[in-house]
Design a protein around this ligand. Structure first.
Ligand SMILES: [Mg+2]
Length: 233
């Protein structure tokens, strides 16, 4: 094995942090953030305008984005319907950035994460993250974690720009970007469908059974409760 590729939610980080802290944090501050930062949100505004032109949201018909109110209306419609559109992800990232900067947010990681990162780094293993959260949000979480700045241990970050997490092709691309043969990578996730996609691409896989994770269901892959036991180095 030469590198580890880690999922975030349910793997390095409690699922509850994402759903009970991170997303509610962004939703609660969305209106105020948009109102007070409007003048520096040109790219976000353009992205929301473009998004509003192409989709229909049930129950909350989207509005053409002409100002603060219509942007906030659409953003909340995306949030409430759990539509992970890029413009919303960008806006959430900016809101989280402010929270991490002022210390009101800390990226939660399990207690064994930092010791494992240190151990793998000392062993000369490459460490990459692959999450459906944006690379920007991943860097914020690990850069401002409950265990301090962990980004020094991480060489590469991947989000759904590289492809969907349940698509084997994404894992082939990740291996190519890391410049390593696929069978030299270990992919760790809590979701069996992601493990299957990585396995199909020829990666080694492990399914995490972290506390707070739902039962992963039946599968034939190695399992681990944390990073302290094999197959983790
Ligand atoms: Mg996960």
């Amino acid at each position: 094995m030469r590198a580890l590729v880690l999922d975030v939610e349910g793997t390095t980080t409690p699922i509850s942090f994402v759903y009970e802290i991170l997303f509610p944090y962004a939703r609660k501050r969305l209106r105020n953030f948009v109102e007070s930062n409007w003048d520096r949100l040109d790219d976000v505004i353009a992205a929301f305008q473009k998004q509003a032109a192409d989709d229909l949201v049930a129950d909350h018909p989207l509005r053409p984005v002409t100002g603060r109110e219509s942007l906030i209306h659409n953003a909340l419609a995306y949030v409430d319907q759990d539509l992970k559109v890029a413009c919303l992800k960008t806006l959430q990232g900016l809101i989280w950035e402010e929270g991490y900067r002022d210390g009101s947010l800390k990226g939660e990681v399990f207690a064994d994460v930092k010791p494992a990162f240190q151990r793998w780094s000392q062993a000369g293993l490459k460490l990459a993250i692959y999450s459906s959260g944006s690379v920007f949000a991943q860097r914020l979480l690990f850069g401002n974690s409950t265990e301090g700045d962990l980004t020094r241990y991480i060489s590469d970050y991947f989000d759904t720009e590289v492809g969907a997490k349940r698509d084997a092709e994404s894992y082939r691309r990740i291996a190519a970007r890391l410049g390593l043969d696929r069978d030299l990578l270990l992919f760790a996730t809590d979701v069996v469908a992601e493990a299957e996609a990585a396995h199909e691409a020829g990666l080694q896989v492990v399914v995490l059974r972290r506390s707070g994770n739902p039962d992963p269901g039946p599968h034939l892959f190695p399992e681990a409760r944390d990073f302290t036991t094999p197959p983790f180095p």
